[in-house]
Design a protein around this ligand. Structure first.
Ligand code: FAD
Ligand code: DLZ
Ligand code: SF4
Length: 504
């Protein structure tokens, strides 16, 4: 008899470890453990989601005829870690060894490899590209641009292909996207599902100090519910997803986003199947090509690409800090007061929902951290904790690479920075902010306006030769010297007030 480990983000009936073992002989081990629930202070909704979905999946496996040894977080014999639970179960059953599917974090990959039990690690093949395929694509390339990888994934899957040509003649329709928010939103947002109150009580008792609201809990927690959410969104959200993908509104947290990343990453939805359903909506004339191509690109392009980078770059990736940023993460990231409405709104919905959409993560909280020079390791730990879809394989490349440029440009060809103008264009945040987005200097100047130039000035040596940034430096250099001095001095003073813990 062998043990078969199933982790909290491996809740897929077609998991390689389940395919390669025998329900008549082998025994599944699933374990709620403090080590996983506390390696960062996860948002309570994230913990509740994971534990509820694990319990339901264990029930489903039992119904399918598997023997499941399931440890609950409050079981008195619980050793507190995945490896501890495997060792305990092996001693109880005399198992010959452990079979598992590769975890999504180096931390756990290394812990399992060091375990004093015979073990067999199988590839996680719930992705379109294997590690070998990605590495093969990446080798000998000077730049690892997602767009080219994505085209290969389109060819490989046949999604939105017209023979060997891209559907509609172009690979990428982003040009038609990125519109500011519409006046009216005719999509009600994600479905809300009933919660497991035993799990909520457990999480409340143990993780009351963690940042984030546990209740109301509304996530899907099994594959059928996740599919319900997907169908609901394909019907109501997909048609306008492309147009308004980058928009942000005070009163609409979800806009036209799919809210399926939690479910995809936990294994409740299969990425290829999701994309096929989106393509079918396009072929049936229900959704336009720019929306469907944009959505499919996020999944078979970005999602696969960041995974490839995480595994290719190795365990030290999360410690990179190419720009030597060392400011501590300000209290406003943990709900502390701020006069910046865009930050307050993005952090506020993170606190209530364990969710913010891509542009809030990239161009508000991420942009601010980069401009203010916050330690990328602290930024990474924050994102890993507060979002219910965060596992290191997908979170770290997005934060360390795309958002903080801490990997020195492996993912981003230039830093994702902007002044307040971009946020103003894409949202209605500035209208209800204490700062004035039009003001470039002065007591009410938008901090993004000041910090944008401060960032460019302090990293001049590194970025001045970047062809995509030449324009920014030319604009800066054309300003008269007195103005430049004033901007830098006000930015420095603003940062000093931030460091002093003032409400800024
Ligand atoms: P939609 O906007 O509806 O997009 C559809 C799907 O595309 C998502 O569900 C997701 O699976 C995929 N996707 C889109 N963009 C990306 C991307 N850049 N990388 C990987 N997949 C993508 N995504 C996570 O799943 N986990 C994270 O921890 C995470 N951290 C992020 C941190 C930063 C700084 C940034 C900029 C992005 C991060 N993302 C992360 C990517 C993206 O923000 C989320 O996938 C998306 O907001 C999830 O919401 P949704 O399901 O409504 O997505
Ligand atoms: C995120 C998470 C949490 C909160 N709790 C558990 C748990 O108790 N047991 C478990 O098996 N997995 C949990 N997870 C998911 C793991 O952290 C995840 O499998 C690894 O980080 C690898 O991606
Ligand atoms: Fe954010 Fe500046 Fe707009 Fe205020 S004015 S919401 S700080 S971009």
């Amino acid at each position: 008899m062998r043990l078969v480990l199933v982790l909290g983000d491996q809740l897929s009936p077609n998991l390689s470890a389940l395919r390669k073992t025998d329900k008549a002989k082998d025994m599944i081990v699933m374990a709620e453990v403090m080590a996983e629930a506390s390696y960062v202070p996860h948002h309570p909704k994230k913990i509740a989601f994971c534990l509820t979905a694990m319990r339901k999946f264990a029930d489903q496996l039992r119904q399918d005829g598997w023997q499941v040894a399931y440890s609950r977080l409050d079981d008195p014999d619980n050793t507190g870690s995945i490896t501890g639970e495997l060792i305990r179960r092996a001693a109880e059953t005399n198992a010959k060894g452990v079979v598992y599917t590769e975890p999504g974090e180096w931390r756990l990959i290394n812990a399992l490899a060091d375990m004093p039990l015979r073990s067999h690690c199988l590839p996680d093949d719930r992705f379109i590209a294997s590690h070998a395929e990605f590495d093969d694509w990446a080798k000998d390339r000077k730049q690892l641009r997602m767009e080219y990888f994505y085209r290969d994934m389109r060819r490989k899957t046949g999604l939105l292909m017209d023979g060997d040509k891209p559907e509609g003649g172009k690979w990428n329709y982003d040009h038609d996207n990125r519109k500011p928010a519409p006046d009216q939103i005719n999509y009600a947002g994600p479905l809300r599902f009933p919660s497991d109150n035993d799990v909520l009580d457990l999480v409340e008792a143990r993780f009351a100090q963690n940042f984030g609201d546990l209740r109301p809990f509304w996530f899907a927690t099994d594959a059928a519910q996740a599919q319900e959410q997907l169908t609901h969104w394909l019907d109501g959200g997909l048609p306008e997803f492309g147009d308004f993908q980058d928009a942000m509104l005070n009163d609409h947290q979800f806009l036209f986003h799919s809210l399926i990343s939690f479910y995809l990453n936990a294994g409740l939805l299969d990425p290829l199947d999701v994309c096929k359903q989106a393509e079918a909506a396009y072929r049936a004339g229900h959704a336009p090509l720019n929306a469907v191509e944009g959505f499919i690109r996020q999944i078979i392009g970005w999602r696969e690409y960041v995974r490839g980078i995480y595994f290719r770059e190795g365990p030290d990736y999360t410690r990179r800090n190419a720009l030597d940023h060392d400011r501590s993460l300000p209290a406003m990231y943990w709900g502390g007061e701020t006069r910046m409405n865009c930050m307050a709104k993005s952090v506020g919905q993170t606190q209530s929902e364990a969710y913010a959409h891509h542009i809030q993560r990239l161009m508000v909280t991420g942009n601010f951290a980069l401009l203010a020079g916050i330690d990328p390791g602290e930024v990474h730990a924050w994102y890993l904790a507060v979002y219910a879809d965060a596992y290191e394989w997908v979170e770290a490349p997005n934060v360390i690479g795309m958002s903080q440029y801490a990997d020195d440009g492996i993912i981003a060809s230039k830093p994702y920075i902007s002044s307040g103008n971009y946020i103003h264009k894409m949202s209605d945040y500035c209208g209800s902010c204490d700062y004035r987005v039009q003001d470039k200097t002065g007591p009410d100047a938008c901090p993004f306006n000041l910090l944008y130039w401060h960032f460019l000035d302090r990293h001049r040596d590194r970025f001045t030769g970047n062809p995509r940034m030449g324009n920014m430096y030319r604009v800066w250099d054309r300003m008269d010297e007195a103005r430049r001095t004033r901007v830098l001095s006000e930015a420095g003073k603003w940062l000093a007030r931030l460091d002093a813990g003032e409400v800024v």
